[in-house]
Design a protein. Structure first.
Length: 110
Protein backbone atom coordinates (compact mmCIF):
# COMPACT_ATOMS: atom_id res chain seq x y z
CA UNK A 1 0.00 0.00 0.00
CA UNK A 2 1.66 3.24 -1.12
CA UNK A 3 1.38 6.28 1.06
CA UNK A 4 1.07 9.75 -0.46
CA UNK A 5 3.62 12.38 0.54
CA UNK A 6 2.50 15.02 2.97
CA UNK A 7 1.96 18.55 1.76
CA UNK A 8 4.23 21.26 3.18
CA UNK A 9 1.44 22.38 5.52
CA UNK A 10 0.87 18.80 6.69
CA UNK A 11 4.60 18.28 7.19
CA UNK A 12 4.85 21.52 9.19
CA UNK A 13 1.85 20.51 11.33
CA UNK A 14 3.38 17.05 11.82
CA UNK A 15 6.69 18.58 12.94
CA UNK A 16 4.89 20.94 15.33
CA UNK A 17 2.93 18.00 16.70
CA UNK A 18 6.10 15.99 17.32
CA UNK A 19 7.67 18.96 19.12
CA UNK A 20 4.57 19.48 21.27
CA UNK A 21 4.40 15.76 22.07
CA UNK A 22 8.06 15.76 23.04
CA UNK A 23 7.51 18.77 25.31
CA UNK A 24 4.41 17.12 26.80
CA UNK A 25 6.34 13.92 27.53
CA UNK A 26 9.10 15.89 29.24
CA UNK A 27 6.52 17.84 31.23
CA UNK A 28 4.79 14.60 32.26
CA UNK A 29 8.06 13.08 33.49
CA UNK A 30 8.78 16.20 35.57
CA UNK A 31 5.16 16.28 36.77
CA UNK A 32 5.36 12.69 38.01
CA UNK A 33 8.49 13.54 39.98
CA UNK A 34 6.74 16.52 41.58
CA UNK A 35 3.57 14.50 42.17
CA UNK A 36 5.50 12.10 44.38
CA UNK A 37 5.72 14.90 46.96
CA UNK A 38 2.00 15.80 46.88
CA UNK A 39 -0.25 14.40 49.67
CA UNK A 40 -2.59 11.58 48.60
CA UNK A 41 -5.87 13.39 49.34
CA UNK A 42 -4.85 16.32 47.14
CA UNK A 43 -6.53 14.67 44.12
CA UNK A 44 -9.84 14.55 46.02
CA UNK A 45 -9.75 18.22 47.02
CA UNK A 46 -12.17 19.24 44.29
CA UNK A 47 -14.80 16.86 45.71
CA UNK A 48 -14.23 17.67 49.36
CA UNK A 49 -14.05 21.44 48.96
CA UNK A 50 -15.78 22.42 45.74
CA UNK A 51 -15.71 26.10 44.91
CA UNK A 52 -16.47 27.97 41.76
CA UNK A 53 -15.39 31.54 41.31
CA UNK A 54 -17.92 34.06 39.99
CA UNK A 55 -17.86 34.19 36.22
CA UNK A 56 -18.07 37.08 33.77
CA UNK A 57 -19.57 36.82 30.33
CA UNK A 58 -17.18 38.01 27.62
CA UNK A 59 -16.85 37.78 23.87
CA UNK A 60 -13.69 35.96 22.92
CA UNK A 61 -12.22 35.31 19.50
CA UNK A 62 -10.69 31.81 19.23
CA UNK A 63 -9.30 29.84 16.31
CA UNK A 64 -11.97 27.73 14.59
CA UNK A 65 -10.01 24.48 14.92
CA UNK A 66 -9.55 25.10 18.65
CA UNK A 67 -13.28 25.65 19.24
CA UNK A 68 -14.16 22.65 17.09
CA UNK A 69 -11.79 20.44 19.09
CA UNK A 70 -13.21 21.52 22.44
CA UNK A 71 -16.81 21.15 21.21
CA UNK A 72 -16.09 17.57 20.12
CA UNK A 73 -15.24 16.81 23.75
CA UNK A 74 -18.91 17.27 24.63
CA UNK A 75 -21.07 19.43 26.87
CA UNK A 76 -19.46 22.11 28.99
CA UNK A 77 -16.73 22.65 26.39
CA UNK A 78 -16.56 26.31 27.34
CA UNK A 79 -15.90 25.33 30.96
CA UNK A 80 -13.02 23.16 29.76
CA UNK A 81 -11.49 26.17 27.98
CA UNK A 82 -11.94 28.14 31.22
CA UNK A 83 -10.14 25.36 33.13
CA UNK A 84 -7.23 25.33 30.67
CA UNK A 85 -6.87 29.11 30.97
CA UNK A 86 -7.05 28.90 34.79
CA UNK A 87 -4.32 26.23 34.83
CA UNK A 88 -2.13 28.43 32.64
CA UNK A 89 -2.79 31.46 34.87
CA UNK A 90 -1.89 29.51 38.00
CA UNK A 91 1.21 28.08 36.31
CA UNK A 92 2.43 31.57 35.51
CA UNK A 93 1.59 32.88 38.98
CA UNK A 94 3.36 29.95 40.65
CA UNK A 95 6.36 30.46 38.33
CA UNK A 96 6.01 26.95 36.88
CA UNK A 97 5.79 28.74 33.54
CA UNK A 98 7.91 31.79 32.87
CA UNK A 99 5.98 34.29 30.85
CA UNK A 100 5.47 37.94 30.14
CA UNK A 101 2.32 37.19 32.14
CA UNK A 102 4.45 37.63 35.26
CA UNK A 103 3.95 41.37 34.74
CA UNK A 104 0.78 43.43 34.89
CA UNK A 105 -0.20 45.93 32.20
CA UNK A 106 2.09 48.56 33.73
CA UNK A 107 5.09 46.24 33.71
CA UNK A 108 5.06 45.67 37.47
CA UNK A 109 5.59 42.16 38.79
CA UNK A 110 2.40 40.30 39.74
Amino acid sequence: MSREKRTKAEERAHTELLLELSEAELWMREFRLKEAFVPGDWAELDKSAPTRPPQSEVTLMLDKDLVKWFRVLGDKWDQRINSVLRIYMLSVISREVESRGNLDWKGDEI
